[in-house]
Ligand binder design. Structure first.
Ligand code: ATP
Length: 322
């Protein structure tokens, strides 16, 4: 593939014209800039998180990447293909899973949707059988193939949808909220499968989610979008610095004491002999622990990582002010 990435966007914009009621008969036209000049490149085999608050422009970006929507401006390529111009050609190279809406046939047994995909994508018979067997095994669908989709639980349906998106061996998989509404066990199954898919097949994955544990467990890189603009693109750890987040050192002292005093950390909570100290997430906890141990009667301690959701919220707040 070219140097500019397997998925490549340069200054991509999407503006929607919406009509708004402005009186009894009057309607006003208004432009909604859903995506406002986004540029990024994703290399083949990367697994990237694409996150942001509601209405940020995530789904619009994914729709442009699949060719459903045409960008208003900018350049966009997936596997060297212009999605909106060659949507059918691209369809053979990509798989899409929308967590909130199924692509499976609601009233038919699960297997019928797969048979349909077999024909629709013209998947060679041997390849279809092989992929179906592998996906059924990995996603634990064996007992569900003859069950009508409407009778499946949400977690089962989601696994069914993921299999449907992968029968034709796509090189790229877009996942829009793949764990939404799933219980802990189902989430773990979906995440485990995606990790394996990426490691074994080198499938490039772009993942949109509100569940930051999805990102934590799957993606080494994360892009944050807000108001149609890219606010952050980098490793997950860097988000903490961007949000100037803090880690927490929880210390158990021998007895109740006034809030401890130690450089570069501040006590944020005291409960009996236990105290919570906030310190910058980018710093090592070791010198802090050493100082505390030298000056106070320490019994036990633990370090808590910051909640990423809070980090992002803080980042937004800071950008809004600046
Ligand atoms: N077809 C459309 N016509 C008009 N406006 C639209 C259309 N699709 C999206 N928008 C607007 O574009 C903006 C971005 O929407 P988008 O669905 O891409 O956000 P999102 O980040 O996916 O949000 P969510 O997390 O809620 O799904 C919103 O203001 C939305 O109302």
């Amino acid at each position: 593939m070219t140097d500019d990435g397997f998925i490549a966007l340069q200054g991509v914009e999407k503006v929607f014209e919406v009509r708004k009621k402005a009186g009894f008969l009057k309607r006003e036209r208004r432009a909604v800039r859903a995506v406002d000049g986004i540029s990024f490149a994703v290399a083949r085999g990367e697994m990237v998180g694409y996150i942001g608050p509601n209405g940020a422009g995530k789904s619009t970006t994914i729709k442009m990447l699949t060719g459903i929507l045409t960008p208003s401006a900018g350049r966009l390529r997936v596997a060297g293909i212009d999605p909106s111009r060659e949507r059918r050609l691209l369809a053979h190279r990509i798989g899409v899973v929308f967590g909130q809406r199924t692509t499976l046939w609601w009233d038919l047994p699960l297997i019928d949707s797969y048979r349909l995909a077999h024909r629709m994508y013209r998947i060679p018979d041997a390849r279809y059988r092989e992929n179906l067997d592998r996906l059924v095994e990995l996603l634990e669908l064996g007992d569900l193939l003859d069950v009508p989709v409407r009778q499946l639980s949400l977690g089962q349906r989601m696994r069914g949808d993921i299999a449907a998106a992968l029968l034709h061996d796509p090189e790229v998989l877009y996942l829009d909220e793949p764990t939404i509404g799933l219980d802990v066990v189902s989430k773990a199954k979906v995440r485990g499968f995606l990790r394996e898919l990426n490691a074994e097949r080198g499938t490039t994955v772009l993942l949109t989610t509100h569940d930051l544990q999805d990102i934590e467990q799957l993606c080494s890189r994360v892009m944050v979008i807000d108001h149609g603009r890219l606010m952050y693109d980098g490793p997950l750890a860097g988000l903490h610095e961007a949000g100037e987040s803090e880690r927490t050192l929880v210390v158990d002292l021998e007895r109740e004491l006034p809030p401890v005093e130690v450089e570069s950390a501040r006590v944020v909570r005291v409960e009996g002999p236990r105290q919570w100290l906030a310190f910058p997430a980018g710093r090592s906890a070791a010198p802090l622990v050493a100082r505390l141990a030298a000056e106070y009667p320490l019994v036990d301690l633990s370090v808590r990582e910051p909640d990423i959701e809070a980090v992002i919220a803080k980042m937004y707040a800071e950008k809004a002010v600046s």
